[in-house]
Design a protein around this ligand. Structure first.
Ligand code: SF4
Ligand code: SF4
Length: 331
């Protein structure tokens, strides 16, 4: 098994494209904030134009189609086809499992690289308490149908105090599901989650006692596992992805962020105006990325400092890594 920290790189770009913010669910930790991101559904023509902004580098760009729930978009199959024609390096559809508009019948497995299913509990009880009644069964049956039709599938588990107690049961749950990648995420203090009790991140000791071990057990099943590094020692190098990589988080109202932690605020680096990507004037998130602080990530310190800890001299005991810094286990 090979374990590596995935280095940030300017060589490839990640495009997280929210083609709508509408959703059939109301997950307790939903990061969508319609006041900030709008509630419109982009037309197919607009999606084509906006993808076109990035198409000159399509062969080096991973496209992740998101919502809301992207399968609620009636033209998702056409979006996939357009993105395929533009030559994007990879295409992933993130879904809550309900798979609207018969999407499995309207695209083929060779058109996308992954369907990525969100599950936030190993038991129906825990998952559905966070995501809503019926979600556990929808994800399980969605994965089964997608795998049966030949699609590559992955799973995303967002860890919080609400579901950390079930993480060790994940390897058993996903045995024989047929997924080939597994992503662990940390719940963020954004969107809806700010108003619910699903927002609490787990402590450093609980994270480190649980996540790496479970990730190894999942990887032993032949599944590639990715999880955020979260905590850095003072000796480890801190890098802000916004300074050394290309990530664009696009919302249907035209806002384009480089840092997901900023998404609750009008701090976006760019705005799409008349189908062109326009840098925004000061002050925006970009002005924060170069600040050097002993706590590591400056936006974490400003927005969700509850995960920091200080010694008696007021010095942070560790640094918080960029939320996009990942460990990857290759079986
Ligand atoms: S987290 Fe995803 S599935 Fe859940 S309400 Fe938000 S957009 Fe919908
Ligand atoms: S999470 Fe922190 S380190 Fe990462 S891009 Fe945002 S500000 Fe930079």
């Amino acid at each position: 098994m090979k374990k590596q920290t995935v280095a940030f790189s300017r060589q490839s770009t990640n495009l997280f494209f929210h083609i709508l913010t509408g959703c059939n669910l109301h997950c307790a930790h939903c990061y969508i904030n319609r006041e900030q991101h709008g509630s419109n559904t982009l037309s197919l023509d607009t999606i084509r134009e906006w993808l076109g902004i990035f198409s000159s580098k399509a062969k080096d760009t991973n496209l992740i189609l998101l919502g809301g729930e992207p399968t609620l978009h009636p033209d998702l199959a056409s979006v996939v086809s357009i993105a395929g024609d533009m030559g994007f390096k990879s295409i992933t559809i993130d879904t809550n499992g309900f798979l609207f508009h018969d999407i499995l019948d309207n695209i083929t497995p060779n058109q996308i690289d992954f369907f990525s299913f969100s599950l936030d509990g190993v038991t129906r009880e825990t998952n559905d308490a966070i995501r809503g009644e019926g979600c556990f069964d929808a994800v399980m049956s969605g994965i089964s149908s997608a795998v049966e039709k030949g699609f590559s599938c992955s799973m995303i588990y967002t860890v919080s105090e609400k579901n950390i107690h079930e993480v060790t049961k994940l390897p058993e749950l996903i045995k024989n599901l047929g997924i080939s990648r597994f992503f662990i995420q940390v719940v963020g203090l954004r969107g809806e989650s700010k108003n619910t009790d699903a927002k609490h991140q787990v402590s450093k000791s609980i994270w480190q006692d649980t996540i790496p071990k479970t990730a190894e057990q999942i990887a032993e099943q032949g599944i590639i596992v990715t999880y955020p590094k979260v905590f850095l020692t003072h000796e480890e190098t801190f890098e802000c992805a916004a300074n050394v990589a290309n990530n664009y988080f696009i919302f249907p109202n035209g806002r384009v962020y480089q840092c997901p932690l900023c998404e609750d605020f009008p701090f976006h680096s760019y705005e799409i105006i008349n189908n062109a990507l326009i840098p925004r004037p000061k002050i925006n998130e970009t002005n924060f990325f170069s600040l050097q602080i002993p706590e590591g990530c400056v936006m974490n310190k400003l927005i969700q400092p509850g995960n920091l800890s200080y010694d008696d001299n007021g010095f942070p005991r560790y640094k918080i890594a960029c939320c996009m810094l990942k460990e990857e286990l290759q079986p």
